[in-house]
Design a protein around this ligand. Structure first.
Ligand code: FAD
Length: 369
Protein backbone atom coordinates (compact mmCIF):
# COMPACT_ATOMS: atom_id res chain seq x y z
CA UNK A 1 0.00 0.00 0.00
CA UNK A 2 1.37 3.47 -0.81
CA UNK A 3 1.75 5.71 2.21
CA UNK A 4 -1.17 7.92 1.27
CA UNK A 5 -3.95 5.81 -0.29
CA UNK A 6 -5.80 2.54 0.01
CA UNK A 7 -5.96 0.09 -2.90
CA UNK A 8 -9.31 0.00 -4.77
CA UNK A 9 -10.19 -3.44 -3.31
CA UNK A 10 -9.54 -2.12 0.21
CA UNK A 11 -11.83 0.87 -0.42
CA UNK A 12 -14.50 -1.49 -1.77
CA UNK A 13 -14.18 -3.73 1.29
CA UNK A 14 -14.61 -0.70 3.58
CA UNK A 15 -17.74 0.37 1.69
CA UNK A 16 -19.16 -3.17 2.01
CA UNK A 17 -18.40 -3.16 5.73
CA UNK A 18 -20.16 0.18 6.21
CA UNK A 19 -23.22 -1.18 4.41
CA UNK A 20 -23.15 -4.38 6.45
CA UNK A 21 -22.85 -2.38 9.67
CA UNK A 22 -25.69 -0.03 8.78
CA UNK A 23 -28.13 -2.55 7.35
CA UNK A 24 -27.46 -5.83 9.20
CA UNK A 25 -25.60 -5.07 12.42
CA UNK A 26 -27.25 -1.81 13.52
CA UNK A 27 -30.71 -3.45 13.88
CA UNK A 28 -29.15 -6.14 16.12
CA UNK A 29 -27.31 -3.49 18.14
CA UNK A 30 -30.55 -1.60 18.70
CA UNK A 31 -32.15 -4.71 20.18
CA UNK A 32 -29.35 -5.10 22.77
CA UNK A 33 -29.57 -3.92 26.36
CA UNK A 34 -27.24 -1.00 27.25
CA UNK A 35 -24.21 -2.14 29.24
CA UNK A 36 -24.78 -5.84 28.45
CA UNK A 37 -22.91 -8.15 26.06
CA UNK A 38 -25.02 -8.45 22.90
CA UNK A 39 -24.53 -12.11 21.95
CA UNK A 40 -26.67 -12.05 18.75
CA UNK A 41 -24.55 -9.13 17.53
CA UNK A 42 -21.30 -11.00 18.26
CA UNK A 43 -22.66 -14.12 16.53
CA UNK A 44 -23.51 -11.99 13.47
CA UNK A 45 -19.92 -10.68 13.41
CA UNK A 46 -18.85 -14.32 13.39
CA UNK A 47 -21.34 -15.36 10.70
CA UNK A 48 -20.09 -12.58 8.40
CA UNK A 49 -16.49 -13.76 8.82
CA UNK A 50 -15.25 -10.63 10.58
CA UNK A 51 -14.13 -12.33 13.79
CA UNK A 52 -12.03 -14.88 11.88
CA UNK A 53 -10.40 -11.99 10.04
CA UNK A 54 -9.16 -10.66 13.40
CA UNK A 55 -6.73 -13.56 13.61
CA UNK A 56 -5.71 -14.19 10.02
CA UNK A 57 -4.85 -10.67 8.88
CA UNK A 58 -2.80 -7.75 10.12
CA UNK A 59 -3.06 -4.37 11.81
CA UNK A 60 -4.21 -2.50 8.69
CA UNK A 61 -7.14 -4.87 8.09
CA UNK A 62 -8.02 -4.51 11.76
CA UNK A 63 -8.02 -0.72 11.37
CA UNK A 64 -10.15 -0.82 8.24
CA UNK A 65 -12.70 -3.06 9.95
CA UNK A 66 -12.84 -0.90 13.07
CA UNK A 67 -13.10 2.39 11.16
CA UNK A 68 -15.81 1.07 8.80
CA UNK A 69 -17.93 -0.56 11.51
CA UNK A 70 -17.58 2.48 13.79
CA UNK A 71 -18.89 4.71 11.03
CA UNK A 72 -22.27 2.96 11.01
CA UNK A 73 -22.52 0.97 14.27
CA UNK A 74 -20.18 1.63 17.20
CA UNK A 75 -21.65 -1.31 19.13
CA UNK A 76 -20.56 -3.73 16.38
CA UNK A 77 -17.14 -2.10 16.25
CA UNK A 78 -16.61 -2.45 19.98
CA UNK A 79 -17.87 -6.02 20.10
CA UNK A 80 -15.42 -6.94 17.34
CA UNK A 81 -12.50 -5.13 18.99
CA UNK A 82 -13.10 -6.76 22.37
CA UNK A 83 -13.13 -10.26 20.87
CA UNK A 84 -9.77 -9.39 19.33
CA UNK A 85 -8.27 -7.86 22.47
CA UNK A 86 -9.35 -10.75 24.71
CA UNK A 87 -8.45 -13.57 22.31
CA UNK A 88 -5.33 -12.21 20.60
CA UNK A 89 -3.11 -13.47 23.43
CA UNK A 90 -4.61 -16.95 22.91
CA UNK A 91 -4.03 -16.79 19.14
CA UNK A 92 -0.49 -15.48 19.51
CA UNK A 93 0.74 -17.26 22.67
CA UNK A 94 -1.71 -20.11 23.33
CA UNK A 95 -0.82 -23.81 23.30
CA UNK A 96 -2.41 -25.95 20.56
CA UNK A 97 -4.93 -27.19 23.16
CA UNK A 98 -5.89 -23.64 24.25
CA UNK A 99 -6.21 -22.50 20.66
CA UNK A 100 -8.33 -25.51 19.64
CA UNK A 101 -10.59 -25.11 22.65
CA UNK A 102 -11.28 -21.39 22.32
CA UNK A 103 -10.49 -19.86 18.93
CA UNK A 104 -13.20 -21.63 16.88
CA UNK A 105 -15.75 -20.54 19.49
CA UNK A 106 -14.45 -16.96 19.51
CA UNK A 107 -14.44 -16.66 15.71
CA UNK A 108 -17.97 -18.09 15.52
CA UNK A 109 -19.09 -15.52 18.07
CA UNK A 110 -20.21 -18.22 20.52
CA UNK A 111 -17.57 -17.48 23.17
CA UNK A 112 -17.05 -13.98 24.55
CA UNK A 113 -13.45 -12.97 25.33
CA UNK A 114 -12.07 -10.32 27.68
CA UNK A 115 -8.65 -8.81 28.45
CA UNK A 116 -8.12 -8.34 32.19
CA UNK A 117 -5.10 -6.16 32.95
CA UNK A 118 -6.32 -3.09 34.88
CA UNK A 119 -6.77 -3.06 38.65
CA UNK A 120 -8.05 -0.44 41.10
CA UNK A 121 -4.43 0.46 41.98
CA UNK A 122 -2.78 -0.24 38.61
CA UNK A 123 -4.21 1.45 35.52
CA UNK A 124 -1.73 3.48 33.47
CA UNK A 125 1.04 1.95 35.57
CA UNK A 126 0.07 -1.57 34.59
CA UNK A 127 3.42 -3.03 35.66
CA UNK A 128 2.40 -2.27 39.25
CA UNK A 129 -0.42 -4.83 39.05
CA UNK A 130 -0.91 -6.87 42.20
CA UNK A 131 -3.38 -9.70 41.46
CA UNK A 132 -1.55 -12.41 43.39
CA UNK A 133 -0.67 -15.77 41.85
CA UNK A 134 0.49 -17.90 44.79
CA UNK A 135 2.14 -21.27 44.14
CA UNK A 136 -0.17 -24.21 44.95
CA UNK A 137 0.46 -27.89 44.12
CA UNK A 138 2.31 -27.33 40.85
CA UNK A 139 -0.06 -24.54 39.82
CA UNK A 140 -1.17 -21.23 41.29
CA UNK A 141 -4.13 -19.67 43.07
CA UNK A 142 -5.22 -16.22 41.94
CA UNK A 143 -6.37 -13.75 44.59
CA UNK A 144 -7.28 -10.10 44.08
CA UNK A 145 -9.31 -7.80 41.89
CA UNK A 146 -9.50 -6.51 38.32
CA UNK A 147 -11.64 -3.57 37.31
CA UNK A 148 -12.93 -1.70 34.26
CA UNK A 149 -12.72 -4.93 32.25
CA UNK A 150 -14.78 -4.71 29.08
CA UNK A 151 -17.19 -7.66 28.65
CA UNK A 152 -16.87 -8.55 32.37
CA UNK A 153 -18.56 -10.23 34.12
CA UNK A 154 -20.34 -11.81 31.15
CA UNK A 155 -17.33 -13.10 29.18
CA UNK A 156 -16.77 -16.83 28.76
CA UNK A 157 -13.03 -16.56 29.38
CA UNK A 158 -10.52 -13.95 30.49
CA UNK A 159 -6.91 -13.30 29.60
CA UNK A 160 -5.73 -12.46 33.11
CA UNK A 161 -2.42 -10.85 34.02
CA UNK A 162 -1.24 -11.83 37.51
CA UNK A 163 1.82 -11.34 39.67
CA UNK A 164 3.80 -14.56 39.95
CA UNK A 165 6.99 -12.92 41.28
CA UNK A 166 6.57 -10.22 43.95
CA UNK A 167 8.49 -6.93 43.63
CA UNK A 168 9.73 -7.78 40.11
CA UNK A 169 7.67 -5.13 38.28
CA UNK A 170 7.01 -5.97 34.64
CA UNK A 171 9.27 -9.03 34.87
CA UNK A 172 7.13 -10.85 37.45
CA UNK A 173 3.80 -10.99 35.59
CA UNK A 174 2.23 -14.10 34.02
CA UNK A 175 -0.66 -14.25 31.54
CA UNK A 176 -3.31 -16.92 32.23
CA UNK A 177 -6.33 -18.05 30.24
CA UNK A 178 -9.07 -18.31 32.88
CA UNK A 179 -12.47 -19.77 31.89
CA UNK A 180 -15.33 -17.87 33.53
CA UNK A 181 -16.61 -20.97 35.33
CA UNK A 182 -13.47 -21.48 37.46
CA UNK A 183 -14.36 -21.75 41.17
CA UNK A 184 -13.69 -18.56 43.12
CA UNK A 185 -14.17 -16.23 40.15
CA UNK A 186 -17.02 -13.73 40.35
CA UNK A 187 -17.74 -10.28 39.01
CA UNK A 188 -20.07 -7.31 38.90
CA UNK A 189 -21.21 -4.95 36.16
CA UNK A 190 -20.16 -1.27 36.27
CA UNK A 191 -22.29 1.55 34.88
CA UNK A 192 -20.05 3.81 32.78
CA UNK A 193 -20.74 6.75 30.47
CA UNK A 194 -19.22 4.55 27.78
CA UNK A 195 -22.05 2.48 26.28
CA UNK A 196 -20.66 -1.07 26.44
CA UNK A 197 -20.50 -3.99 28.83
CA UNK A 198 -17.83 -3.44 31.49
CA UNK A 199 -17.28 -4.70 34.98
CA UNK A 200 -15.01 -5.79 37.81
CA UNK A 201 -13.71 -9.27 38.63
CA UNK A 202 -13.04 -10.77 42.04
CA UNK A 203 -10.57 -13.67 42.35
CA UNK A 204 -10.92 -15.66 45.56
CA UNK A 205 -8.21 -18.33 45.32
CA UNK A 206 -9.04 -19.19 41.69
CA UNK A 207 -7.00 -22.31 40.72
CA UNK A 208 -4.88 -22.15 37.55
CA UNK A 209 -2.32 -24.62 36.27
CA UNK A 210 0.59 -24.78 33.84
CA UNK A 211 -1.94 -25.59 31.08
CA UNK A 212 -3.58 -22.20 31.63
CA UNK A 213 -0.42 -20.13 31.11
CA UNK A 214 -0.25 -18.02 27.94
CA UNK A 215 3.37 -17.80 26.86
CA UNK A 216 5.83 -18.34 29.71
CA UNK A 217 5.64 -17.72 33.46
CA UNK A 218 6.91 -14.25 34.41
CA UNK A 219 6.83 -13.14 30.74
CA UNK A 220 3.18 -12.08 30.68
CA UNK A 221 3.82 -8.35 30.56
CA UNK A 222 5.23 -8.82 27.06
CA UNK A 223 2.01 -10.64 26.12
CA UNK A 224 0.00 -7.65 27.29
CA UNK A 225 2.23 -5.03 25.63
CA UNK A 226 2.46 -6.85 22.29
CA UNK A 227 -1.32 -7.16 22.24
CA UNK A 228 -1.71 -3.45 23.01
CA UNK A 229 0.88 -2.53 20.35
CA UNK A 230 -1.23 -4.30 17.74
CA UNK A 231 -4.46 -2.72 18.94
CA UNK A 232 -3.21 0.83 19.61
CA UNK A 233 -3.49 2.16 16.00
CA UNK A 234 -6.87 0.45 15.71
CA UNK A 235 -8.23 2.44 18.66
CA UNK A 236 -7.33 5.41 16.46
CA UNK A 237 -9.26 3.79 13.60
CA UNK A 238 -12.33 3.48 15.84
CA UNK A 239 -11.97 7.20 16.56
CA UNK A 240 -11.61 8.06 12.86
CA UNK A 241 -14.81 6.13 12.05
CA UNK A 242 -16.71 8.09 14.70
CA UNK A 243 -15.22 11.40 13.51
CA UNK A 244 -16.21 10.67 9.92
CA UNK A 245 -19.78 9.84 10.98
CA UNK A 246 -19.99 13.11 12.93
CA UNK A 247 -18.50 15.05 10.01
CA UNK A 248 -20.92 13.58 7.45
CA UNK A 249 -23.89 14.28 9.72
CA UNK A 250 -22.64 17.88 10.08
CA UNK A 251 -22.24 18.33 6.32
CA UNK A 252 -25.82 17.17 5.77
CA UNK A 253 -27.20 19.26 8.61
CA UNK A 254 -25.41 22.52 7.84
CA UNK A 255 -26.34 22.25 4.14
CA UNK A 256 -30.06 22.11 4.94
CA UNK A 257 -30.66 23.91 8.22
CA UNK A 258 -31.56 27.52 7.58
CA UNK A 259 -31.00 30.47 9.89
CA UNK A 260 -30.71 34.20 9.20
CA UNK A 261 -32.04 33.78 5.66
CA UNK A 262 -29.90 30.90 4.36
CA UNK A 263 -28.32 27.52 5.09
CA UNK A 264 -25.82 27.37 7.94
CA UNK A 265 -23.08 26.40 5.49
CA UNK A 266 -23.21 29.90 3.99
CA UNK A 267 -21.97 31.33 7.26
CA UNK A 268 -18.21 31.36 6.92
CA UNK A 269 -17.79 30.75 10.65
CA UNK A 270 -19.65 27.46 10.16
CA UNK A 271 -18.04 26.39 6.87
CA UNK A 272 -14.52 26.96 8.20
CA UNK A 273 -15.23 24.79 11.22
CA UNK A 274 -16.42 22.01 8.91
CA UNK A 275 -13.26 22.41 6.82
CA UNK A 276 -11.13 22.02 9.96
CA UNK A 277 -13.12 18.96 11.06
CA UNK A 278 -12.54 17.32 7.66
CA UNK A 279 -8.85 18.20 7.51
CA UNK A 280 -8.09 16.91 10.99
CA UNK A 281 -10.10 13.71 10.40
CA UNK A 282 -8.15 13.02 7.21
CA UNK A 283 -4.84 13.67 8.97
CA UNK A 284 -5.83 11.25 11.75
CA UNK A 285 -6.82 8.61 9.21
CA UNK A 286 -3.46 8.86 7.43
CA UNK A 287 -1.54 8.55 10.71
CA UNK A 288 -3.59 5.47 11.60
CA UNK A 289 -3.04 3.79 8.22
CA UNK A 290 0.67 4.61 8.29
CA UNK A 291 1.10 3.17 11.79
CA UNK A 292 -0.85 0.02 10.93
CA UNK A 293 1.03 -0.53 7.66
CA UNK A 294 4.35 -0.05 9.50
CA UNK A 295 3.26 -2.64 12.07
CA UNK A 296 2.42 -5.11 9.29
CA UNK A 297 5.78 -4.55 7.57
CA UNK A 298 7.61 -5.01 10.88
CA UNK A 299 9.25 -1.57 10.57
CA UNK A 300 11.38 -0.04 13.31
CA UNK A 301 9.79 2.77 15.32
CA UNK A 302 6.40 1.11 15.60
CA UNK A 303 5.87 2.25 19.18
CA UNK A 304 6.23 5.92 18.23
CA UNK A 305 3.96 5.74 15.17
CA UNK A 306 1.30 3.73 17.00
CA UNK A 307 1.29 6.15 19.91
CA UNK A 308 1.05 9.15 17.57
CA UNK A 309 -1.86 7.55 15.70
CA UNK A 310 -3.78 6.69 18.86
CA UNK A 311 -3.12 10.08 20.47
CA UNK A 312 -3.95 12.21 17.46
CA UNK A 313 -6.98 10.25 16.28
CA UNK A 314 -8.69 9.98 19.67
CA UNK A 315 -8.10 13.67 20.48
CA UNK A 316 -9.27 14.64 16.98
CA UNK A 317 -12.44 12.58 17.24
CA UNK A 318 -13.28 14.27 20.54
CA UNK A 319 -12.88 17.69 18.87
CA UNK A 320 -14.85 16.67 15.76
CA UNK A 321 -17.76 15.16 17.68
CA UNK A 322 -17.89 18.14 20.04
CA UNK A 323 -17.89 20.59 17.13
CA UNK A 324 -20.55 18.52 15.37
CA UNK A 325 -22.74 18.77 18.46
CA UNK A 326 -22.23 22.55 18.51
CA UNK A 327 -23.18 22.93 14.83
CA UNK A 328 -26.30 20.76 15.26
CA UNK A 329 -27.57 22.72 18.25
CA UNK A 330 -30.00 21.23 20.75
CA UNK A 331 -31.16 18.31 18.61
CA UNK A 332 -27.70 16.68 18.93
CA UNK A 333 -28.17 16.34 22.68
CA UNK A 334 -31.50 14.58 22.42
CA UNK A 335 -31.36 10.99 23.71
CA UNK A 336 -31.06 8.63 20.74
CA UNK A 337 -29.53 11.16 18.33
CA UNK A 338 -26.41 9.88 16.52
CA UNK A 339 -24.30 12.64 18.07
CA UNK A 340 -25.62 12.06 21.57
CA UNK A 341 -24.44 8.45 21.15
CA UNK A 342 -21.08 9.44 19.66
CA UNK A 343 -20.55 12.05 22.37
CA UNK A 344 -20.68 9.29 24.99
CA UNK A 345 -18.66 6.79 22.92
CA UNK A 346 -15.85 9.15 21.92
CA UNK A 347 -14.63 9.94 25.45
CA UNK A 348 -13.22 6.66 26.76
CA UNK A 349 -10.65 5.95 24.00
CA UNK A 350 -8.60 8.93 25.26
CA UNK A 351 -8.20 7.01 28.53
CA UNK A 352 -8.05 3.28 27.76
CA UNK A 353 -5.19 1.33 26.18
CA UNK A 354 -2.88 4.11 27.32
CA UNK A 355 -4.23 7.58 28.17
CA UNK A 356 -3.24 10.48 25.89
CA UNK A 357 -0.58 11.56 28.39
CA UNK A 358 0.93 8.07 28.32
CA UNK A 359 1.05 8.18 24.51
CA UNK A 360 2.90 11.51 24.70
CA UNK A 361 5.39 9.94 27.13
CA UNK A 362 5.97 7.04 24.70
CA UNK A 363 6.47 9.45 21.78
CA UNK A 364 8.88 11.67 23.71
CA UNK A 365 10.85 8.65 24.97
CA UNK A 366 11.25 7.38 21.42
CA UNK A 367 12.26 10.83 20.14
CA UNK A 368 15.04 11.17 22.71
CA UNK A 369 16.20 7.56 22.44
C1 FAD B 1 -14.50 2.21 28.61
C2 FAD B 1 -13.29 1.57 29.21
C3 FAD B 1 -12.97 0.26 28.89
C4 FAD B 1 -11.86 -0.37 29.46
N1 FAD B 1 -11.61 -1.68 29.17
C5 FAD B 1 -10.55 -2.30 29.73
C6 FAD B 1 -10.29 -3.69 29.47
O1 FAD B 1 -11.01 -4.35 28.70
N2 FAD B 1 -9.24 -4.28 30.10
C7 FAD B 1 -8.44 -3.60 30.96
O2 FAD B 1 -7.52 -4.20 31.48
N3 FAD B 1 -8.65 -2.28 31.24
C8 FAD B 1 -9.69 -1.62 30.65
N4 FAD B 1 -9.94 -0.30 30.93
C9 FAD B 1 -9.12 0.40 31.91
C10 FAD B 1 -8.12 1.32 31.26
O3 FAD B 1 -7.12 0.59 30.61
C11 FAD B 1 -7.59 2.26 32.34
O4 FAD B 1 -8.63 3.12 32.70
C12 FAD B 1 -6.37 3.05 31.86
O5 FAD B 1 -5.24 2.23 31.76
C13 FAD B 1 -6.05 4.22 32.78
O6 FAD B 1 -5.96 3.77 34.09
P1 FAD B 1 -6.78 4.52 35.27
O7 FAD B 1 -8.17 4.69 34.82
O8 FAD B 1 -6.52 3.79 36.53
O9 FAD B 1 -6.14 5.95 35.34
P2 FAD B 1 -4.79 6.37 36.10
O10 FAD B 1 -3.69 5.45 35.76
O11 FAD B 1 -5.12 6.59 37.53
O12 FAD B 1 -4.51 7.76 35.40
C14 FAD B 1 -5.42 8.85 35.57
C15 FAD B 1 -4.95 9.99 34.72
O13 FAD B 1 -3.65 10.43 35.17
C16 FAD B 1 -2.90 10.90 34.10
N5 FAD B 1 -1.68 10.07 33.94
C17 FAD B 1 -1.51 8.77 34.23
N6 FAD B 1 -0.27 8.38 33.93
C18 FAD B 1 0.37 9.45 33.45
C19 FAD B 1 1.69 9.69 32.96
N7 FAD B 1 2.60 8.71 32.90
N8 FAD B 1 2.00 10.95 32.55
C20 FAD B 1 1.08 11.95 32.59
N9 FAD B 1 -0.18 11.77 33.04
C21 FAD B 1 -0.52 10.55 33.46
C22 FAD B 1 -3.79 10.77 32.85
O14 FAD B 1 -4.51 11.96 32.64
C23 FAD B 1 -4.73 9.66 33.25
O15 FAD B 1 -5.95 9.67 32.50
C24 FAD B 1 -11.05 0.36 30.36
C25 FAD B 1 -11.36 1.69 30.67
C26 FAD B 1 -12.45 2.29 30.11
C27 FAD B 1 -12.76 3.72 30.47
Amino acid sequence: MPGFALEPDQREWCADLRTLAGERLRPLAEQGAPGRVNRPLVEALGAHGLLARLFDSGALDLCLMRESLAYACTEAETALALQGLGAHPVAAYGTPAQRERWLPEVTAGRAIAAFALSEPDAGSDAAALGLKAARDQGGWRLTGEKCWISNAPEADFYTVFARTTPDAGARGVTAFLVPADRPGLSGAALDLLSPHAIGSLDFDGVPVGADDVLGEPDRGFGVAMNTLNLFRPSVGAFAVGMAQAALDATLAHTATRTAFGGPLKDLQAVAHQVADMATRTEAARLLVYAAAAAHDRGDAGIARGSAMAKLFATETAQYVVDTAVQLHGARALQRGHLLEHLYRDVRAPRIYEGASEVQRTIIAKELYR
